[in-house]
Design a protein around this ligand. Sequence first.
Ligand code: G4P
Length: 560
Amino acid sequence: MNELAAEVARRRTFAIISHPDAGKTTLTEKLLLYSGAIQLAGAVRAKKAGRATTSDWMEMERERGISVTTSVMSFEYPHPELPPDAPPVQVNLLDTPGHADFGEDTYRVLTAVDAALMVIDGAKGVEERTEKLIEICRLRDTPVVTFINKLDRECLDPLELMSDVEKKLGMTCCPLTWPIGMGKRFKGVYDLMHNRLHLFQAQGHDKIQQGILVEGLHDPRLDELLGDQVDELRQAAELLGEASAPLDHAAFLAGKQTPLLFGSAMNNFGVRELLEAYIRLAPGPLAREAITGPAAATAPAPGEPVPTRRVAPTEEAFSGFVFKIQANMDPNHRDRMAFLRVCSGVFERGMRAHHCRLGREVGLGNATMFMARDREIVEAAYAGDIIGLPNHGTIKIGDTFTAGEQLRFTGIPSFAPELFRRVLLKSPLKAKALAKGLQQLAEEGAIQVFKPLVGSMFIVGAVGQLQLEVMKHRLKSEYDVDADYESVEYTTARWITPKPTTKSKIEVQKMLEGFQQKNQGNLAHDSHGDLAYLAPNKWNLAKVEERFPDLRFSSTREHT
Ligand code: G4P
């Protein structure tokens, strides 16, 4: 294996997803604790709180008890199946916003990972937000590892939890560990893969649980250690042998089967098994689909075939795409950071790269990587790594950077907003600041901005109410813009493009002009200059679609 292939092979990049309160933050802390990246669990929370005091926006997050932003953390961990002197696995962990109103952000995070770790509260089973998140994973067949958390509390029956996952999420379960009791009777988990018992010991929450290992289900020590609960375990193991599917790695990689582990994040229990199972099973960086040639920079003409190719992670030439832009990472410098997933080749400190949308070479500046302890300047990054690029306004979500080839990685959409407001400025002197603020928020993907064909006021669109709140707050605090936000009659938007057709370019142009004339009051350009139809209701939308059968009304828009 050459050096590049070896570096790629030791990377694992995943997102951690859950319904709020299932224990995502706690589990993240404990994963970092296991990696040795932090000494004390609680550091993630402490950091959160520290930031919150220095930024109004973060303060809003704290007040509402929600996590708005997405963070990235990387750490190294020895591969459980390789000799101790083998290079460790580089784990890149992406957190996702817990609140449903930021689903779009979560979607984009999921485009940047190769697998997902789903946390389920054992007492609650599969909750609504988890169902939504798995729907998103399914769009890309993302493999999912499941952690059933909070076994130290009274939970649902493990078999019931399995059938809940299978029914609601459409994946078969393959338990890798099995709990023995729960709540006050929680004794530990049995590792079905390695045929050994890991006993739960009530220890301090900030210590790593080593547990006690015994060999095999019929080890007489089990009777000693588990007392009357040993029969429960033996029966369950027998039942599982008949009822559950064996681990099928191909089905897991295709997102059809999910390995299941039980534990208690708060007690550091089952976390190491989870991390090691994840490292063993989850795929390394995967190849990614990209549009090639001139079509990568501009929207292709209707009906024109779009050439694509799969970019392998071990290709020598560097490539990557931006899936997130985040403001206020450091409140002392009003910086905006673009998060880029490396897809192939090597990113090197100080390198220049081809900015495919702009069609020119740019310096990428000093990229940052987020090692659990701190930010670090990146010397070299490989496929699967997530790096933060300083962004002075030239980088948008969806931008692709390469060593020179014209490429655009696909599958990073915007969703049609469902909430709209007209922005009424209180002072006309602030018009410029408003335009700048809205443009920057739109580039971050924090909000969508529409400029109606008729009239001069902006209309903003969001998928969730909280997005609007964050926008108002940030316009005021960062751009000093005071505005009123008036309700408008629209309930959804559709991006308009001509359908592939045999008609000539002139005929298509005429048809588009006719459409624009007849529907002026409902048409607007988004922040990329693309035409969108703002519909007051579904009935109206259906009518217009019927009247213009040659037009495509898209509810998602790919970033170009
Ligand atoms: P989230 O990021 O998914 O929203 O969840 P988070 O980790 O913040 O956990 C939500 C609550 O569940 C927290 O309690 C946390 O302590 C608790 N929790 C997490 N893992 C376990 C577990 O294994 N067992 C039990 N019993 N509880 C767990 P909280 O009261 O909201 O916050 P805190 O005061 O404990 O920080």
